[in-house]
Design a protein around this ligand. Structure first.
Ligand code: G3H
Length: 541
């Protein structure tokens, strides 16, 4: 039986879906959150189909799971007005609230969010095809991220809760919010990566308009009431619609102070260009990447295969940090390819709820055609698919394909595949992968595989100035979230670790005075009488 038949057979009939993972009723969402109210939309909506297809009498059919509002410009501008009013040029309740109070709101939010875990995990599986175990991980990681953000803010605030005296000037330096933030995350981590900007933006005192990603939208529905209840009106606004329609009215208004966007550099450029006051706009961007692995002759090949397997194929390769190009030394390339192909053949392909499943349906309906196009192009230019059944597809399932040997004539050499294709380039001198990285438009991370300290050291120094994380005998990844996550060139703007994110969503501001008796008395009275939230020596425990 050909693999194509096998892949089609992996989709379930309706009755084969385990009871605990069924969506009993489609979620036809009408609600959205503006100015602390859950408003109801009676205009056009967007149907949501899962990447999970069902076997039906008419063949494989994507499962309908609900719909969400396609809000009008008018409503989007109401969300903007609500965020602008809540910020009130920095005079609003939220931006002037003491840090300890903002933390209290956030703790309440995290506490209530945890009660929605099962619902959100199930929606992650249905909306983006993420496996149950990875969906649970995404949820838990997000809750941990909120906890760690609170701890990091306490630390930051403690170190700002004192005066500095320098050259006869007294000063208190703190971090203040930037203003109205537009926060938009990607479909591959619709909860975690949206929250990676939304949470620090909020806790630093900014007000936020959040647009959930195209896939991974319905999973925000269980959170709407919690956002409404845990934050003052206008501080969090959750809006829905097509990106192109929603973003333009917000950006062209000139009232967005911070753009927090994780997606492609092409879209980020378009969005930024819409803002009439480029210097007012701060951008925090996580963008494209094409992280390579360099596998040297003295690498532990079993380890390299294992790391490259997860590096290229976790969540079907749909991670910005995925390994998207493997440079393998020509002396070991045949052995590497054999081992890698064998490892792929053991991966479990199936539906998100199946235990230990690793390859699951892809959410973008045009994705399998795009990936097949990349393979056809590479084959036309002299590559072959090394592993059995590589590149076969059925509906939204795509069987991982190792392409070898890849050259610069091929599209896969340049394009970020964001899917289960593993291009392999043989090399004889390390200058080959180094040149690739230097000439690339991207500069996020690299992985080096070798057991030879000399060889590793020779690569570290040129590469740390090309990318922002050099991984040794390990796949590329963002976490743990306390580590800095950023990139050079078209890969990022700003840095997003737990503590760096607090910095990118705020600006250092100080109150200063010449140190004389009169000023000392003024400052002492303000502090003693607690007349200011900014000027304060309170210590958060
Ligand atoms: O899509 C890009 C993500 O930031 C990757 O995060 O390395 O933790 O999977 P991860």
């Amino acid at each position: 039986m050909s693999k194509t038949n096998d892949l089609s057979n992996l989709f379930p009939t309706e009755n084969e879906i385990p009871a605990e993972f069924r969506i009993d009723q489609p979620i036809c969402q009408k609600e959205f959150l503006i100015n602390g109210e859950l408003r109801v939309w009676d205009g056009p909506t967007q149907d949501v189909f899962s990447p999970v297809h069902l076997k039906t009498a008419d063949g494989l059919t994507p499962q309908y799971i609900g719909s969400y509002p396609l809000l009008s410009d008018e409503v989007i501008l109401q969300a903007l007005a609500s965020a602008v009013k809540a910020y009130d040029n920095g005079k609003g309740y939220w931006p002037t609230l003491p840090v300890a109070e903002r933390i209290r709101h956030m703790q309440q939010f995290a506490y209530r969010m945890k009660t929605k875990k099962a619902e959100i995990v199930k929606l992650l599986m249905w909306e983006i095809g993420k496996s149950y175990q990875d969906s649970v991980k995404e949820f838990d990681r997000t809750v941990d991220y909120i906890r760690d953000t609170i701890d990091a803010l306490k630390d930051l605030d403690r170190s700002s809760s004192r005066f500095v005296i320098e050259q006869g000037i007294l000063g208190q330096i703190r971090r203040s919010p930037l203003g109205v933030t537009l926060s938009m995350g990607p479909f591959n981590y619709p909860l975690n990566e949206t929250f990676a900007t939304l949470i620090p933006a909020l806790i630093m005192g900014n007000t936020v308009i959040c647009k959930p990603p195209k896939f991974g939208c319905l999973l925000y529905r269980p959170l709407l009431e919690i956002f409404r209840d845990c934050f003052p009106p206008g501080v969090v606004n959750i809006v829905y619609g097509r990106g192109a329609n929603i973003i333009a009215p917000l950006m062209t208004s000139g009232k967005i102070d911070v753009l927090a966007f994780i997606g492609t550099s092409k879209i980020a450029d378009t969005i930024k260009a819409q803002h009439p006051k480029p210097h007012r706009l701060r951008s925090v961007l996580g963008l494209d990447a094409k992280n390579p692995a360099i596998i040297l002759p003295d690498a532990d090949l079993d380890l390299a295969v294992q790391e490259c397997l997860t590096g290229t194929l976790s969540f079907n390769g749909q991670r910005c940090t995925a390994l998207k190009m493997l440079f393998v030394h020509q002396s070991i390339v045949d052995t590497f390819l054999n081992k890698f192909a064998a490892a792929i053949s053991k991966l479990k392909v199936g539906m998100p709820w199946e235990p230990d499943v690793q390859i699951t349906p892809l959410p973008d309906s045009g994705k399998t055609d795009y990936l097949s196009g990349l393979i056809d192009d590479a084959v036309k230019h002299g590559a072959r698919v090394v592993n059995e059944s590589g590149g076969e597809s059925a509906a939204s399932l795509f069987y991982p394909a190792i392409l070898y040997p890849v050259t610069s004539q091929m599209r896969i050499y340049h394009e970020e595949q964001f899917g289960p294709i593993i291009p392999v380039i043989p090399f004889s001198v390390v200058e080959t992968p180094i040149r690739y990285i230097e000439e690339s438009n991207y500069g996020q991370q690299v992985s080096i595989f070798s057991n030879n300290p000399e060889e590793v050291a020779t690569l570290i120094d040129p590469l740390v100035n090309q990318v922002c994380r050099v991984n040794i005998n390990s796949q590329c990844q963002r976490g743990p979230d306390i580590f800095p996550f950023t990139g050079r060139k078209d890969s990022a703007e700003g840095t997003l670790s737990v503590s760096d994110a607090l910095r990118v969503f705020s600006i250092r501001t100080m109150v200063a005075a010449k140190q004389n008796e009169c000023n000392q008395e003024i400052l002492t009275e303000i502090i003693k009488e607690r007349k200011s939230n900014f000027l304060s020596t309170d210590f958060i425990f």
